[in-house]
Write a protein that binds this ligand. Structure first.
Ligand code: PEP
Ligand code: MG
Length: 325
């Protein structure tokens, strides 16, 4: 079975009825680019840039970041790389920045909230991404967006950085596509408004499920309640895709849900054509896409959206698609 996976993993992911999907990798460090390529990934859908900030004593400087980012882009070119700006605090605290202790870090000064407060740290990263973007196919994405103001402020800082770089005559790409993660329920509610402001959405189900169902993703006591197939989650996913379609922007998924074969019929059925996951999951997902009918998944998912309990959704998937897994 392993051998068949490695032989087919570099073929495109086209469903039995001709729908093409992009299957990409989630990585944390530049070294992992090789793994995405070896597993047949069509690019990097999520570069968790915070990992370069962990396990050290101070914030990395622009040159160091630029060099790392450029390396990733050059190794991956012409395939796309989506740089997610710093998502620290929450479950990933860094030791060298003094932020007061928080009772609820997941609801605290995390990700874009941190960056909009520590503007110099943020701008250093934005400048490095803009400069690296001149060397490959780069996209930029902001995490934990919960309202329009945050998108506008982040984009304003990005424009200011591009202007600075132009003034300094430093090579950069001011035309880099800009997207946001959809991982906070308020962003789903406001998806129609947010879709008009950005080039793409990427759904972060790890946090979206946590915040939507009010279940700490790291707490074993309530882990059994955490389920991406909860009907409330499915309705949210449907809304995100519908609003992205209406605005004519693309929608990807980069949460763990994207790499789980059990969830694939639903994601194909919702019309999510870009899935980003742990590199090791790529070959099996590509294989499964090739064996499935996209339009059949669509009809099936419409019927799932009528269900009112998680277990009913799971039973229906096992019954119809269990044989593919
Ligand atoms: C997510 O929340 O689904 C996501 C991809 O981001 P992270 O897991 O890094 O929070
Ligand atoms: Mg997240």
């Amino acid at each position: 079975h392993r051998a068949s996976i490695s032989r087919s993993s570099h073929l495109p992911a086209i469903s039995a009825d001709g729908m093409e999907f992009q299957v990409l990798g989630n990585i944390e460090l530049a070294e992992e680019v090789v793994s995405v390529r070896d597993h047949g990934g069509n690019g990097i859908g999520l570069l968790r840039t915070e990992f370069l900030y962990l396990s050290r004593n101070n914030f990395p400087g622009e040159t160091e970041l630029f060099e790392q980012y450029r390396e990733v882009l050059e190794l991956m070119a012409p395939a796309p790389v989506t740089f997610r700006t710093l998502d620290i605090n929450g479950d990933k605290a860094i030791s060298y920045t003094l932020t007061p202790e928080e009772a609820n870090p997941a609801l605290g000064l995390r990700a874009i909230r941190f960056c909009l407060k520590k503007k110099e740290v943020f701008k250093t990263q934005l400048r490095a991404i803009l400069r690296a973007a001149a060397y490959g196919n780069a996209q930029i994405m902001f995490p934990m967006i919960s309202c329009l103001e945050e998108v506008r402020e982040a984009r304003k800082l990005l424009r200011a950085c591009a202007k600075e770089l132009a003034g300094e005559e430093k090579r950069h790409n001011p035309e880099i596509p800009v997207g946001i993660m959809i991982e906070v329920p308020s962003a789903v509610v406001m998806a129609d408004v947010l879709a008009r402001e950005v080039d793409f959405f990427s759904i972060g189900t790890n946090d979206l499920v946590q915040y939507l169902l009010a279940i700490d993703r790291g707490n074993p006591q309530v882990a059994h309640l955490y389920n991406s197939l909860n009907p409330a989650v499915l309705r949210m996913l449907k809304r995100i895709v519908d609003e992205a379609d209406k605005a004519g922007i693309s929608v990807a998924m980069c949460g763990e849900m994207a790499g789980d074969p059990f969830h694939l019929p639903v994601l194909m059925g919702l019309g999510i054509r870009e899935l980003s996951m742990n590199p090791q999951s790529i070959p099996a997902i590509k294989d499964m896409i090739r064996n499935m009918e996209g339009h059949e998944c669509r009809l099936f998912t419409e019927s799932l959206l009528e269900k009112s309990q998680t277990q009913e959704v799971m039973d229906a998937i096992s019954l119809k698609y269990g044989k593919f897994m």
